[in-house]
Design a protein around this ligand. Structure first.
Ligand code: NAP
Length: 286
């Protein structure tokens, strides 16, 4: 039976140390504060916002919400981002921007200063993930995969890791973070010739395809650690990952459940980046 890599203990451990850092900031008059800028009322956005707010409350991070209607103008959106940039009491910003006007969305992201870009929405932050130069925080989900592996004591140096998926939000950044930890990374996508073989060869498999049941028994091997980032709705209408859990679990040595795996760690990582940003923006005097 595989070891179940649950997210809750990882999030709890992270939250404990972050609460101490949040208190240390408060003791010197800095209230760590996250801005949430949401355009519209998309249910997925509201659900993530509410779980982020709960996590922030547990850790001692204040939240200021900036809510705009989908009918808002590009100018309103940009001036809200500018206000967040200018406000020294705000240390980071999470942005939900499902505007039909993609150029306005992109402009809003570009306007956010990298010091407050705690979920890697700007190209400058991505550049940091790829080059380790400049300022920036990796996307929270990609960083949550590394937190999971570290928490469960899974060494990365020299390991063969296969990442399925190459989006800028998860697949590519997680591959960069793994390489930065000296793993040997193979990236797979829809044009990969032998997906099952590439997956089986890995000691650690990270799957970020967003396809229920993609990773079946033929894609996993004994001794393997499987990190399933996918969040999908299965044929039975229930939430599931990319991995066919009943097929894979008896074969591999450790696996994340969905739900209750990586997703449970993402908001704790958001708070970690926010606290780091508050510390960086308010270095202790003397
Ligand atoms: P995305 O932009 O759709 O990217 C999916 C990637 O997977 C693409 O690179 C695609 O390859 C690849 N892919 C899709 N089907 C494949 C197949 N049959 N074989 C091989 N590769 C395949 O999705 P995303 O934004 O990265 O999100 C991925 C998943 O992670 C989704 O289920 C999403 O809900 C989930 N997610 C979870 C969290 C969390 O907190 N756990 C956070 C964010 C996202 P091509 O490049 O060739 O198209």
């Amino acid at each position: 039976m595989a070891m179940l890599l649950k997210g809750a203990p990882v999030a709890a451990a992270l939250s404990g140390s972050l609460a101490q850092r949040a208190q240390a900031l408060r003791d010197r008059g800095v209230v760590p504060t996250l801005a949430i800028l949401r355009v519209g009322e998309k249910p997925d956005d509201i659900a993530y916002e509410s779980s982020a707010m709960k996590r922030c409350a547990k850790i001692g991070v204040e939240v200021q919400r900036f809510l705009l209607p989908v009918s808002c103008s590009r100018e309103e959106l940009l001036s809200t981002v500018e206000a967040i940039n200018r406000d020294a009491a705000i240390h980071g910003c999470l942005m939900f921007r499902p505007l039909a006007d993609r150029a306005a969305n992109d402009a809003a992201c570009m306007r956010l200063v990298p010091e407050k870009d705690v979920d890697c929405m700007t190209p400058r932050s991505l550049a940091h993930v790829f080059t380790s130069k400049g300022v920036g925080y990796p996307p929270c989900t990609a960083a949550a995969c590394i937190e999971m592996l570290d928490h469960y004591g899974i060494a990365l140096e020299g390991k063969r890791v296969t990442v399925v998926g190459r989006s800028l939000v998860v697949g590519r950044p997680v591959a960069m973070l793994l390489q930065a930890r000296n793993a040997t990374v193979t990236m797979c996508h829809t044009r990969t010739q032998d997906l099952a073989g590439e997956c089986r060869r890995a000691e650690i498999l990270v799957t970020t395809a967003g396809k229920a049941g993609l990773i079946g028994a033929g894609c996993v091997s004994p001794g393997q650690v499987v990190i399933d980032v996918g969040i999908n709705v299965g044929p039975d209408g229930k939430l599931c990952g990319d991995v066919d859990f009943p097929q894979a679990e008896p074969i591999v040595s450790a696996i994340t459940p969905v739900p209750g795996g990586v997703g449970a760690v993402t908001t704790a990582v958001l708070c970690k980046h926010l606290i780091q940003a508050a510390e960086n923006l308010n270095p202790p005097c003397g």
